[in-house]
Design a protein around this ligand. Structure first.
Ligand code: SF4
Ligand code: SF4
Length: 197
């Protein structure tokens, strides 16, 4: 009697399932009732391409590109106001972090038009300083960001930067935090758990 080979195929996750799976803990995203309380509460709402409510509708509609090319997650300042006001206990701020992670991991940020890439580039530069020094370095962060996105603006604020350095309010060179190796180990473990290395 010949052996029968049974092939099983695993269906890829749709975008909604991907977002839910990538958000730590329970996102409760499936419970969104589109009430709009989050958008009405958001201090960054006026600058966002889509309100959080609209982003969740796009996620449910599997419109991944529209969501990941939106500036909404990048303009989220993590104030958690929407999260505490949401009647459905949806972890909105955590989902914004999830969207930023997915956009970065899937190369969406690289393909973002220059003007819309400001916020993700700023975020990435901040993370790079923290990964290398354990803290931000304002002069380097602003200098690189301004030269990349607004070189003429960099000249305008140069005086202010010099003044802050002269008064000791801003460091001229980056310095590492104490026990940096411990932080590096924590970050390496976090990346390993997230499967991003
Ligand atoms: S407040 Fe909550 S339930 Fe209402 S639209 Fe926003 S996420 Fe959905
Ligand atoms: S956590 Fe983000 S999305 Fe929510 S209200 Fe604050 S800025 Fe807006």
């Amino acid at each position: 009697m010949s052996a029968v080979t049974v092939q099983t195929t695993v269906e890829p996750l749709n975008f909604f399932e991907q977002v839910v799976a990538a958000t730590p803990g329970e996102s409760h995203l499936e419970a969104c009732i589109q009430c709009g309380t989050c958008g009405g509460s958001c201090p960054s709402g006026a600058d966002m391409d889509h309100t959080p409510r609209a982003i969740f509708a796009l996620i449910k509609a599997d419109m991944k590109e529209a969501v990941l090319h939106s500036n909404t997650p990048w303009y989220c300042v993590s104030c958690y106001y929407c999260t505490v006001r949401c009647p459905q206990d949806i972890h909105i701020t955590d989902i914004m972090y999830t969207l930023k992670r997915i956009a970065t991991q899937e190369g969406m940020v690289k393909n973002t038009p220059r003007e819309k890439a400001k916020a993700p580039n700023f975020s990435q530069a901040f993370i790079t300083w923290v990964e290398n020094y354990g803290r931000s370095f304002e002069l380097g962060l602003m200098g690189v960001h301004m030269l990349r996105h607004n070189p003429f603006g960099a000249f305008k604020i140069a005086d202010m930067g010099v003044g802050l350095v002269a008064k000791g309010r801003m460091a001229f060179t980056p310095t590492r935090i104490k026990e940096f190796d411990s932080l590096a180990a924590i970050l390496a473990k976090a990346k390993e758990l997230e499967g991003s290395e």
